[in-house]
Each structure stands twice: as C-alpha cells, then as structure tokens.
Design a protein around this ligand. Structure first.
Ligand code: NI
Length: 389
C-alpha cells in the first residue's frame, strides 16, 4: 500500500504545488477566505464529493461516503494567512501587501485537496467515511475551529487528524507526541491606578509605575515557586504602558501579557496567583486595579489510539528512524485544540525544512518557506490514515 500511496502522491504533486502557489499569491486573512474556500469547494466538487460551504462562516466540508461504512474520520486543513509582509524571494510571492502565507496554511489546503483526490481514486479500498474539513481563521481566537464545531462539523465524526508543516524538521520526517502537544494560550490585561502628581513630590502621589514594577517582578515567582518543576508554563508580561512626561508621575499604568500552560490545574493556579499578587501589592501601596484574564485556545491533546494510528502509518511510510517520537510539547497555540477537546484526535508535524536550500525559518517569520516536497509526505500520511479502519 505504501508504494501505491506514494505513486498517487507523485501523480498529483505538480498540480498540488500549482494550487499551493496560487493560494500563496492570494493570501486571505481570518474568516475572509472566500477565494481559498472556493478553490477547495471546486476541487471537491470535481471529485463528486458532496460539499457544504459556509460552515463556520467560510469553512468548507466535503463528505466522501463509503458504502457500508459506519465510522467517519475527519482530516482538517486551515486556510488563513497572516497579516505580515512576506520577505522571501520566491517567484510566487504574495501579491497582497501586508498579507502572506507564512504559516504554511496554503500548503495545508493544497495537500488536503491532494488527499481528497488520492482517496477518491482509491475509494474501493476505503473502509471508513472521510470528512474533509477546510477551516478559516486558525490564527485568531476564538476562530474557525470553534465556529465550525458550532455549525456541527464534528457531528458523526469518530476521530480527527491535523497536520502542520514544520521547517525545524527536515523533509521526510514526521513528529508528534502523546497527550498535550501544544499549549493553552491565555492573555491578560491589568490596570493599576494610583494618584498622579509632580515627580518632585512623590510623597503626595501613589506611583503606579513603582507598583507595576513590583508586580512584574513578583509575577516572575509564579512559574518558579507556584508551579510544579516538572510541569511546563510561561508567564510573560509583554506590555507596560504609562506616563507621558519625564517630570510627572502618571495616575495609572496598564500591563498586558500571556500565560501558556499544558494542564488545566496549572492554568488555574497561575491565573489565580496573578490576581493574588495584584490584590496584595495594590493593597500594600494603596492603589486600585482591574484584572481581565481571557482564556484562549485550549491545549491540543493527542489521544493514544489516534497517536498509535499515526505512528503506524508514519513508520510504514518513512521507516522508524524518520518518525520523531515523542517530541516535547510546544508552548505555541493551535486551534486544532478545539477539536481535540471534543473527540479523539492527533496533530502531527510534517518536516518541511531543507538546510542546503536555506529553508530553516520558523512559522510566522517574514522569510518562512517550505521545501515543497514536504507536501508529498503530508498527503501520504493523511491518505494512509484515511485508508485505515
Ligand atoms: Ni499554523
């Protein structure tokens, strides 16, 4: 079967590359992915796969139904680009200023079209129904996964798989892990209000800059003193705004930041400890505060039976030594998480780097690029998962 899958991948490869390059030149952001969605819908229709559009606003769903099959597996691709200026020299560079496919979602969309073609060709060998999910707005939360789930995209689905091109691994490798793979990413915003005044009369003020600085320092102790050393967490304060003049103590400051965790109990501990510190420090310095904590994308969780299927497919395709397992979890976020919170799921990194060609930049870098031959491996893995029971 391995040979047949790779033969089919090679057969469709040039066309899939052309589709990827076309999408790359016409990046669309967030939910506004009509053109890309149209390419996906047209491709499925050309295969006689029944298509639903407008799912989760601009998402596309195709159902390849197999006679007698009782189970359904879903394969998901995200379609959105990023609001970043591309700085590569590729001939198919983004034609739209300030927008670019610098996370590889163009390749994800093209690969899933390829997989749909391969599985349609091999329909007589399929034992399960396949749902192809083309999702908008992965990059902002709450985004496309949530919207598509609300529109019932997981109804009747037994398990779901997602892949992501990843230039830090060379082409020809797959990587995943059991359990939590990508982090819950939350954000928070804090206002500290004291009493402004003349910089030379600090005793008549309540200085929010000193209080804010105290809080920033205290927050560093959360990961080191409140989180189990064997758990992973990030608390980063990334914004500190206040003051306009060098001789004036401002009345208030605002702070903002992000919290990344892999376990719910750690996330709860951190969010409550952030506020505990704020309460205590504000009280000690006679200031007031506001604290807005917003939960973001949950943890992307890989379920054991799905991980087993991925490992078995991947090892058959490239051999044991090219399957990197288990990788350490990554504290980035990915809204595939929303699906993995609902049904058994597995997310897989597909190597897309090529050091000789200088293709080494990570996703979201202005010079991010992929070695397009990685699309052979992306298609091969999802096709092979579709061919399992
Ligand atoms: Ni991405």
């Amino acid at each position: 079967m391995k040979d047949i899958i790779f033969e089919k991948c090679h057969q469709h490869f040039d066309d899939i590359v052309a589709i990827r390059r076309d999408i790359h030149q016409h990046p669309e952001i967030g939910f506004d992915v009509e053109r890309t969605a149209c390419i996906a819908a047209d491709a499925l229709e050309a295969l006689d796969i029944p298509v639903r559009t407008g799912i989760g606003r601009t998402g596309v769903v195709g159902d390849l139904e197999i006679d007698g099959a009782t189970r359904c597996i879903a394969l998901r691709a995200d379609m959105d680009a990023l609001p970043i200026q591309e700085q590569t020299d590729v001939p198919f560079k983004s034609r739209i200023d300030g927008k670019a496919h610098l996370c590889g979602h163009d390749a994800h969309t093209a690969m899933l079209i390829g997989t749909a073609r391969i599985l349609s060709n091999l329909k007589s060998q399929l034992k399960v129904n396949i749902r192809f999910i083309f999702q908008p707005c992965e990059e902002a939360y709450p985004g496309g996964a949530q919207a598509m789930i609300s529109d019932g995209v997981l109804d009747g689905v037994d398990e779901i798989y997602g892949i992501h091109v990843f230039p830090l691994y060379p082409v020809g490798k797959y990587a995943t892990c059991p359990g939590p793979m990508l982090a819950q990413s939350d954000i928070f915003e804090i206002t500290i209000t004291g009493r402004g005044g003349h910089a030379a009369f600090p005793h008549l003020t309540v200085d929010p800059i000193v209080i804010g600085a105290e809080f920033v320092n205290a927050a560093q102790s959360i990961v080191s003193r409140n989180v189990d050393p064997l758990d992973s967490a990030v608390v980063s304060i990334t914004q500190f705004h206040g003051g306009d003049a060098k001789n004036v103590i401002p009345p208030s400051v605002t702070l903002g930041g992000t919290v990344r965790t892999l376990k719910q109990e750690v996330q709860k501990r951190i969010s409550s400890q952030l506020e505990n510190l704020l309460v205590g420090i504000a009280k000690a310095y006679e200031a007031t505060y506001t604290f807005a904590y917003q939960e973001g994308c949950p943890v992307t969780y890989n379920h054991d039976p799905c991980v087993e299927k991925v490992l078995s497919s991947a090892k058959t395709l490239v051999g044991d030594e090219d399957v990197i397992y288990p990788i350490s979890p990554i504290l980035g976020g990915e809204d595939f998480a929303c699906y993995s919170q609902q049904i058994p799921a597995c997310f897989v990194m597909v190597g897309a780097g090529n050091e000789q060609e200088g293709i080494v930049n990570m996703c979201h870098h202005p010079q991010f690029d992929i070695d397009e031959s990685c699309m052979l491996y992306g298609m091969a893995l999802t096709a092979s998962l579709g061919l399992m029971k």
